[in-house]
Design a protein. Structure first.
Length: 168
């Protein structure tokens, strides 16, 4: 988008860069949407309707890249994963595994739930503690006082908890 003529988007764009946003976890939705709208206006395919096929294709590519960036950065869990790993989403298989005590706690919650117990309070407590840990990690990182090494594991824990909460 730089010098007046539309250029192709990067083959592997940094979602923060293409939206012109600071690389932070604690991103206001309104700031994200404002940045997306401003960039999307510049490259919207309708602006290139009378241009060459190459220009129209680049406009579509930019629009797709901006939409991908918005989709990934909108959701705090996906945004956290992207910041910590550079990947768009948590893999379904492989990747970091939660520690054994967490997996055991999840097993016990599933068993109790299958026996008819109301485990919503325990599940909520575990979820809130995991979110608090994750926020602590990102606050320290944004302050330049920590790394994101532990963030993927916390995000996988959130995925486990969200899947359990949906199934319960």
């Amino acid at each position: 988008m730089g010098c007046g003529a539309l250029q192709p988007p990067p083959s592997t764009p940094d979602f923060y860069d293409i939206l012109g946003l600071d690389r932070v976890y604690f991103l206001e939705r309104k700031d994200l949407d404002k940045a997306w709208r401003a960039k999307a206006r510049q490259v919207h395919p309708d602006r290139f309707a009378g241009k060459s096929a190459v220009m129209r294709r680049m406009a579509l590519q930019w629009t797709a890249a901006l939409n991908d960036a918005r989709l990934v950065l909108r959701d705090p869990e996906t945004r956290g994963w992207y910041l910590a790993t550079g990947e768009r989403r948590i893999p379904e298989r492989g990747g970091p595994q939660p520690e054994q005590d967490f997996l055991l706690a999840m097993f016990e919650l599933r068993m109790a739930h299958s026996e008819g117990e109301d485990v919503s309070a325990q599940t909520s407590s575990l979820y809130e503690a995991t979110v608090a840990d994750l926020e602590r990690i990102f606050r320290a990182w944004e302050a330049g006082e920590g790394t994101l090494d532990e963030a993927p594991r916390q995000l996988v824990r959130l995925r486990y908890l969200n899947q359990f909460r949906l199934a319960a």
